[in-house]
Unconditional design. Structure first.
Length: 83
């Protein structure tokens, strides 16, 4: 995830789910959702659905091929560059 300097990833512990800390992007919930869904065309789970303290995080499921993960990361990088 180091290719996205405005996000931090939390290392998963025995899981294929990565939490992206998106606070440094400076976006509110609606803007963050727009970035991932409409700009990057990705369907991640937003942190707010997991309760208080999870705002500003996105949950990224990497339980797929490396090719798909790389494609998703490129889409996200491109969307962040357009901010």
């Amino acid at each position: 995830m180091s290719q996205l300097p405005m996000t931090k990833s939390l290392r998963p512990q025995a899981s294929f789910l990565i939490w992206l800390d998106c606070h440094d992007l400076g976006l509110d919930h609606k803007q963050l959702d727009d970035l991932f869904v409409h700009q990057a065309h990705l369907a991640l789970n937003d942190g707010e659905m997991f309760g208080p303290g999870s705002e500003g995080y996105m949950r990224f499921n990497v339980g797929c091929s490396r090719k798909l993960v790389a494609q998703a990361m490129q889409q996200l990088r491109d969307a962040v560059k357009r901010l």
